[in-house]
Design a protein around this ligand. Sequence first.
Ligand code: BG6
Length: 301
Amino acid sequence: MTLADLNSRFGIADQLTFIDGPNGLVFAEIDNALGSAYICLQGAHITTFRPKDQVEPVIWVSKFAKFAPGKSIRGGAPVCWPWFGAHATESSFPGHGFARTVMWEVTHSAALPGGETEITLALLETEQTHAQWPHKTRLELNVIVGKSLKASLNTSNLGDTPVQIGEALHTYFQIGDIEEVQVTGLENTVYLDKVGEVARKTQSGAITFNGEVDRVYVDTTATCTIVDARLNRRIVIAKTGSRSTVVWTPWTEKADKMGDFGPDGWRQMVCVESANALENGVTVAAGETHRMTVEYSAEAM
Ligand code: BG6
């Protein structure tokens, strides 16, 4: 669909416009009285979100992000699907699945009575996606931009046998400084520590950061809060249909190797990912839809 077609079918005056971005990527630009956001049609990737009452965005995107066809964008809210992390058996398949790097199509938009803007995107199946995922599924992301950001990742099994998925909304949150934040909500929760020798541990107290953190917390449906002493705010991350939470920060060495954080960019972000990973992978029965939803909001402290 051309930009003109997108705007005439799904554009909403004073709220939603489709625009050309770098390297031929197309973005939905949402700006209403309550909040603003950009969503890249490649990957259905929300790249940033800011409630109007916040000076700083709630969702971080790297100033050095590479916006390129077929490449994942550093920052925002990448959709990891239909597996999380490395593929179980095929090492040549992309980490975190293919959903974040393939094209999606817009299927719906609406101006909601409360002033929010709603948009729905569906993953476009191609020979490339079928080669890595032969199952009959439909994946949709529904996003509502208002004072908070709501997103629902919906996996429908259109086949006649059960399908097993792993998934995450791998969201990068904007913070003042990684050394001055705490993440609460995961106290006493078991996690897989992926830094160094992989080990299962139990969280004691709030999470604080003074080095690389790469943890998959399992069997948790808890709301998490990023308590940010530098920006004097809390970001609240509520979720449903998700039984894992991933907490990740690369720290200096790893961020430098990744090449798209820029100098010290990693200090202003922390990933708190609502997920179904490891033993929390989801089996979607034939004919059923599994929904994982999140709501991100920010409040002053
Ligand atoms: C996290 C993983 O979810 O994503 C980390 O737990 C990984 O191990 C990180 O490094 C970033 O992944 P990517 O593929 O976006 O660079």
